[in-house]
Design a protein around this ligand. Structure first.
Ligand code: MN
Length: 317
């Protein structure tokens, strides 16, 4: 039987911000069976392991992540990256886009992440990845990243769920005419209509593959404690699942990353567990939706049952 190939990459890159704990995200997410529950007779999982930060050259980790994403994008039908702070998208999206020049990016986040070193109030790199990918500043001024060059055009990006923008970010989003909707706007218009507006603008032919770059802080602050910068008025978990499914009904999604999960911030009473389980469920949902497309069936029984973990081991590469 023809198998559908999924590449899984863990990211422990947390140097884009100042709180400790993101480096453990891949370990904690794996402990909730994020990877092994995906194994199924219809899916071959290629587990690329975790990218960690080396003390010798902290910026080398971004290049390593970008190379793994590029390799996975070449070899697998789908690539899933879990953990990391959002600055790791400098590596992940660079690699994915190099392999797949038509790729479009939906940035699902409470924040714009489109500051430059000049406009950023905090100076944290996880507030700048979109600006770096769009070429709004020279990344080599921040760290040694000679391998990097901007890969995104303004027409490649939309921001969704954004509701906490710095003044410099508002200006640049306006100047570049980036589609940008907060959660309440999406609710007002309706998810399907909001997506029609955005997707028709980004990809009028409907032929481009999409990458979902999901910051867990797109969720309502009351729903997620295990993240550094929670913001109110976000998506509820079931809404985010519906939203992602709507996206997949309209366009083909070839990769996803879920970032900014910090278990250290919710150790008390193991409050990190529900959000880790939610992230694992979200990966399963997105992968099941794309598998359904691959198998060309709408019958959910033909897609694997997430409640029955398979005994089959992950295929290591
Ligand atoms: Mn972010």
């Amino acid at each position: 039987m023809k198998k559908w190939h999924v590449g899984m990459i863990g990211s422990g890159i947390g140097i884009g911000q100042k709180l400790e704990g993101i480096e453990y995200a891949p370990y904690y997410l794996r402990s909730r069976h994020l990877v092994d529950h995906l194994c199924d007779h219809k899916i071959a999982v290629n587990d690329y392991g975790d990218v960690n930060v080396h003390v010798k050259d902290i910026f080398e980790s971004y290049e390593r992540l970008s190379n793994l994403c590029r390799r996975s994008s070449l070899r697998n039908q789908f690539t899933a990256i879990f953990g990391g702070d959002h600055s790791h998208s400098i590596g992940s999206i660079f690699g994915l886009k190099k392999q797949n020049p038509q790729l479009k990016v939906l940035w699902i986040d409470a924040h714009g992440d489109i500051n430059t070193p000049k406009t950023s109030p905090s100076g944290n790199l996880h507030g700048m990845p979109l600006a770096a990918l769009l070429g709004l500043f020279d990344l080599n001024r921040v760290g040694h990243m000679d391998w990097f060059h901007p890969v995104l055009q303004p027409s490649d990006v939309a921001l969704l769920g954004v509701r906490d923008l710095d003044s410099g970010e508002k200006e640049v989003i306006e100047n570049l005419k980036l589609p940008c909707f907060d959660v309440e706007e999406i609710r007002d218009i309706g998810m399907a209509s909001a997506l029609d507006i955005i997707l028709d603008r980004m990809d009028p032919q409907g032929t481009s593959p999409f990458h979902l770059s999901i910051d867990v802080d797109c969720l309502d602050g009351s729903e997620v404690k295990a993240t550094g910068l929670p913001v109110p008025k976000g998506f509820f978990r079931n809404e985010l699942e519906q939203f992602v499914t709507q996206i997949q009904k309209k366009r083909k999604v070839t990769s996803i990353e879920v970032v900014e999960f910090n278990p250290n911030l919710a150790m008390e009473d193991q409050q990190w567990v529900p959000i880790a389980d939610f992230i694992a469920d979200l990966f399963r949902l997105v992968i099941a939706n794309e598998l359904r497309r691959f198998l060309n069936t709408q019958d959910p029984t033909k897609v694997y049952n997430k409640n029955i973990p398979s005994q089959q081991a992950a295929v290591l590469v």
